[in-house]
Design a protein around this ligand. Structure first.
Ligand code: XMP
Length: 326
């Protein structure tokens, strides 16, 4: 599969059998392409990079060097899961970089959404570049490019951004799932033994919680976003909404309101809940979450999270709102 056009005759991968056939073929091709050389991969823990990692581990084992950059904007439990699944269970050669302070320092005081995105993207390349320079003998760069990325852009995944590496770090590309659609990548991921919550996870933007901690990011509000998102996900899973609702998350604005707790006045942040359904992310409708569940989530968020005294539910479809707040 050297070119970027999916042959019309290529069968859609819908079953484990078809996925296994694809995996066998890819493993053979990857071994031929890579030989005894080393491959570098930015492993975010998202579906695409995780499936590419699992394929390469199967093909070339520890010749694959996975770099997981924790930019401090991941959801609760995500970096730990990457380490557990890839290093502990799959015996991957995984470099874990805790770069949270670096990202948060760079983002301090920056309120404009597009500026925040640019800083996160640029810092990601810088951290990845530093790690790449520490490795000897890398000849290939693996990427989780999928077919829609090729159809929609020049084939370089915007949120992976490793296309922005300097001239002297231009490795030969390895893109084993570039002809697959998202649903096929998930079937392959499942066949490779990746956990369901990695394979079927909802879309999560590259800049992560950074665009849900509204305005200039502060550590206290970032923690409120992370903790409230974890409560929302836990409650949606418990109440049968996981896998049914397309995307759901929380956002924390950069203003406070007055409240009262234990007879004392509080001045704390609100948490906004958003839950939407869509087929293509161009338009979206709001999920009709049972009111009792919303009240239960509100109770949990306001009692379990410090600095939060109010919960709001976003009732706005797209258009006129976007799915994310920034
Ligand atoms: P909007 O907010 O534009 O979002 O309605 C549509 C979909 O795109 C996701 N999104 C992003 N994904 N980098 C990404 O990788 C980003 O900067 C970004 N911004 C929005 C959003 O989560 C939704 O699924």
């Amino acid at each position: 599969m050297q070119n970027n056009v999916r042959p019309e005759t290529m069968e859609r991968i819908t079953t484990t059998e078809l996925a296994n056939a694809f995996i066998d073929e890819q493993v053979k091709e990857l071994r031929e392409q890579i030989g005894d050389k080393k491959v570098l991969l930015a492993l975010s823990g998202g579906v695409d990079s995780s499936v590419v990692a699992a394929l390469l581990i199967k093909a070339v084992g520890r010749q694959l060097v996975c770099v997981h950059v924790n930019h401090g904007l991941l959801r609760k439990g995500e970096p730990e899961q990457v380490v557990e699944v890839f290093r502990n269970q799959m015996n991957a050669n995984l470099v874990y970089v805790d770069a949270a302070d670096r990202f948060l320092d760079k983002l301090a005081g920056v309120a404009e959404p597009e500026k925040k995105r640019k800083i996160i993207g640029a810092e990601f390349i810088r951290v990845f570049e530093e790690e790449a320079r520490k490795q000897d003998g890398i000849e290939f760069l693996a990427q989780g490019t999928i077919y829609p990325d090729i159809l929609e852009s020049d084939g370089v995944k915007a949120h992976h951004n490793v296309g922005g590496l300097p001239e002297d770090l231009q490795f030969e590309l390895v893109e084993p799932v570039k002809l697959l659609f998202k649903d096929e990548v998930r079937v392959v991921g499942k066949a490779l033994g990746l956990p369901d919550n990695m394979v079927f996870r909802q879309p999560f933007p590259g800049p992560g919680l950074g665009v849900r901690c509204l305005g200039a990011i502060t550590r206290d509000r970032l923690e409120a976003v992370r903790e409230s998102d974890a409560i929302l996900r836990e409650e949606f899973a418990k109440n049968g909404l996981e896998g049914k609702v397309w995307q759901y998350f929380t956002a924390v604005p950069d203003f406070k309101s007055v409240g009262v707790k234990d007879g004392k006045r509080t001045f704390a942040y609100p948490v906004i809940i958003r839950a939407v359904n869509t087929t293509d992310a161009m338009t979206a409708t709001v999920e009709d979450v049972p009111f009792e569940l919303l009240q239960h989530i509100t109770r949990r968020i306001t009692t379990e999270i410090e600095n939060v005294n109010r919960v709001l539910y976003d009732l706005t479809p797209k258009p006129c709102a976007t799915i994310e707040w920034e």
